[in-house]
Design a protein around this ligand. Structure first.
Ligand SMILES: [Zn+2]
Length: 463
C-alpha cells in the first residue's frame, strides 16, 4: 500500500513536472518551433543524406593512404561545391599510411587438432611478421594485472589477452573503453617483458567470429611486436584449448606494414553567419574508416549527416546568425592527424568556435547529446530540449564530446551526438560495418536532431 501511494505520488509529480516543463518552456526557444518542425519534416521526407552515404561507400573503405579515400575526397569536394555554400575548401594533412597486406594467418601448430586456422585481423598500425612466421607458445591473460604477476614467463611467447567485454554495462561505450586498453596498449606492455607478438579478443558486443580491428600504440623505448585481434568465438576456442591442453604453440603470419606518411584532406564547407559571422558552430564527422566493411556507421553516416545539416539550411533558406561550418575530418582512425591539424590552424587564425557537434557513434535512433562544457552552458543546451524532442532526443547530459572535435582548443561546448548505442559495437571496425546496417529513418532523424541543435545554437548562442 505504501508502495502504491508512493507510486501515485511519483506519477503525479512526474505528470506535473512534464506539464510545467512544456507550459513554461523558454519563449526564446519556442519561437523557433515552426522552423524546427520544417527541419524535421525535410529530413524525414527527403532521404538525401542516406542516398549520398550509399554513393560514398561505393568507393569502398577509406583508410588513409588508400585510393578509395582519394576517390571519396574528390567526390565529397565536388558534392559540396555544387550546393552553393559560401565557402568550400580543404586542408592537406600528413597522416600515417598503414596497409594490411594479403596475409593474416593464425594457426595452431600443437597440440595437433582438426581445427587449425583461427579468425584474425591485424590491428591497425601493427608491424608485420617480417615475411615469415612467428612460431611460439602462447600465454593467456585476462588483464594487465595477470601479465604483471607472470611477467617472468612471457619472454619468447605470444601473449593472448582474453579480456571479455563487460556485457552487463548498459552503456556500450563504457564497456568499450574498459576493454579497448588491451587493443591499444597490449602490444607494448607484452613486448616490455620480451613477448614476440600479441593477440587480443576482439573488442565487441557481438558473439560472432568476425574479428574487429582498431589501432594499437607502440612506445619508442620498447621493441615493436605485431598485434592481431581474434574473432570472439575463436578467442573462446583458444582459451579453452589453453586451459585443457597446457602448452599450445601458434604460428602467426601478418603482412601488414607501416609505409610512412601520406597526404589526406580535411574537407570544410560553411554558410557564413549574418549577424555574428566570427562565431562558428561546427558540425562534423570523419571521412576515413578502417579498411574492413565500408565504414557506413563509422563514420560515413556521420559525415553525411553533417553535410545534410548545411544542405537543410540551404533548402529551407535559413540564414544563420552565426557561421555554420561542416568539417569532415581526415585520419581519425589511425592518427587523429586531421583533427590535430584543424585545431592547430584554427588556433593560429584566432577562430572562435562556440560549439562543435560530432556524429561519430553510428547513425542509429537518436537518444541524446553529450556535452563537455560548463554547467551554465549545459543548462542552456538543455533549454533546447522541447524542440530537440521533435526528433526523439530525450536528454542533453554531460559527456565526452568526440575524438575529433576534442582536439580543437577552447570550444565553449564540445557536443557528441548520441544515438542508441546497443548495436554499434557489433559492427564497429569490422567487416560487419556496411551500408545494409543503416536504417534510413534512424539516420534521417539523427540529421534532423543535429540540424535543429545547430540552428538553435546559431540563433540563440550559448549565453
Ligand atoms: Zn569513428
Amino acid at each position: 500500500m505504501k508502495f502504491f501511494i508512493f507510486t501515485l505520488f511519483l506519477n503525479f509529480t512526474l505528470f506535473n513536472f512534464t506539464n510545467l516543463y512544456s507550459q513554461h518552456s523558454n519563449p526564446d526557444v519556442e519561437k523557433h518551433r515552426e522552423t524546427a518542425i520544417s527541419i524535421k519534416n525535410l529530413a524525414l521526407n527527403d532521404p538525401h543524406g542516406y542516398h549520398l552515404l550509399e554513393k560514398l561507400v561505393e568507393f569502398g573503405p577509406r583508410l588513409s593512404g588508400s585510393e578509395n579515400l582519394i576517390n571519396a575526397e574528390n567526390f565529397l569536394l565536388e558534392l559540396l561545391q555544387n550546393y552553393g555554400f559560401d565557402t568550400v575548401y580543404y586542408q592537406n594533412v600528413e597522416a600515417p599510411h598503414w596497409v594490411r597486406g594479403n596475409t593474416e594467418k593464425l594457426n595452431i601448430i600443437s597440440p595437433y587438432i582438426e581445427k587449425k586456422h583461427l579468425a584474425i585481423r591485424a590491428l591497425g598500425n601493427s608491424i608485420g611478421t617480417n615475411g615469415g612466421e612467428i612460431n611460439a607458445p602462447v600465454i593467456m591473460f585476462d588483464n594487465f594485472d595477470q601479465l604483471e604477476e607472470a611477467k617472468e614467463s612471457v619472454k619468447g611467447k605470444i601473449v593472448f589477452f582474453n579480456n571479455k567485454y563487460d556485457q552487463t554495462l548498459l552503456n556500450t561505450f563504457e564497456g568499450y573503453s574498459k576493454a579497448v586498453r588491451y587493443r591499444v596498449d597490449g602490444a607494448w606492455r607484452a613486448a616490455k617483458y620480451g613477448a614476440k607478438a600479441v593477440l587480443i579478443r576482439s573488442v565487441t558486443t557481438s558473439f560472432d567470429n568476425v574479428p574487429h580491428t582498431g589501432t594499437l600504440r607502440y612506445v619508442d623505448t620498447i621493441p615493436k611486436i605485431p598485434g592481431a585481434a581474434l574473432g570472439v568465438q575463436d578467442a573462446e576456442f583458444l582459451a579453452s584449448l589453453i586451459q585443457n591442453s597446457g602448452e599450445v604453440v601458434l604460428s602467426l603470419n601478418l603482412s601488414c606494414e607501416m609505409k610512412g606518411l601520406t597526404t589526406v584532406k580535411n574537407i570544410i564547407a560553411e554558410i557564413r553567419g549574418s549577424v555574428k559571422p566570427e562565431e562558428i558552430v561546427l558540425v562534423g564527422g570523419h571521412i576515413d574508416s578502417w579498411d574492413l566493411g565500408d565504414g557506413s556507421h563509422d563514420d560515413g553516416g556521420g559525415c553525411m549527416q553533417s553535410i545534410d545539416v548545411l544542405r537543410i539550411f540551404k533548402v529551407l533558406d535559413l540564414k544563420p546568425s552565426r557561421t555554420i561550418r561542416c568539417v569532415l575530418f581526415a585520419n581519425e582512425e589511425n592518427g587523429l592527424r586531421g583533427a590535430l591539424d584543424y585545431g592547430k590552424n584554427s588556433k593560429e587564425m584566432g577562430e572562435k568556435h562556440i560549439a562543435a557537434i560530432e556524429s561519430d557513434a553510428g547513425v542509429f535512433t537518436p537518444r541524446g547529446f553529450k556535452a563537455k562544457t560548463d554547467s551554465l552552458t549545459l543548462s542552456k543546451l538543455q533549454s533546447f530540449l522541447p524542440l530537440l524532442q521533435l526528433t526523439g532526443i530525450e536528454w542533453v547530459k554531460p559527456g565526452g564530446g568526440g575524438a575529433d572535435i576534442n582536439q580543437i582548443p577552447d570550444v565553449r561546448a564540445y557536443i557528441g551526438y548520441s544515438p542508441d548505442e546497443q548495436r554499434y559495437f557489433d559492427l564497429h571496425h569490422s567487416d560487419n560495418d556496411t551500408f545494409d546496417k543503416v536504417n534510413l529513418r534512424e539516420m534521417q532523424l539523427g540529421t534532423a536532431a543535429m540540424a535543429i541543435l545547430t540552428f538553435l545554437i546559431s540563433e540563440e548562442g550559448l549565453d
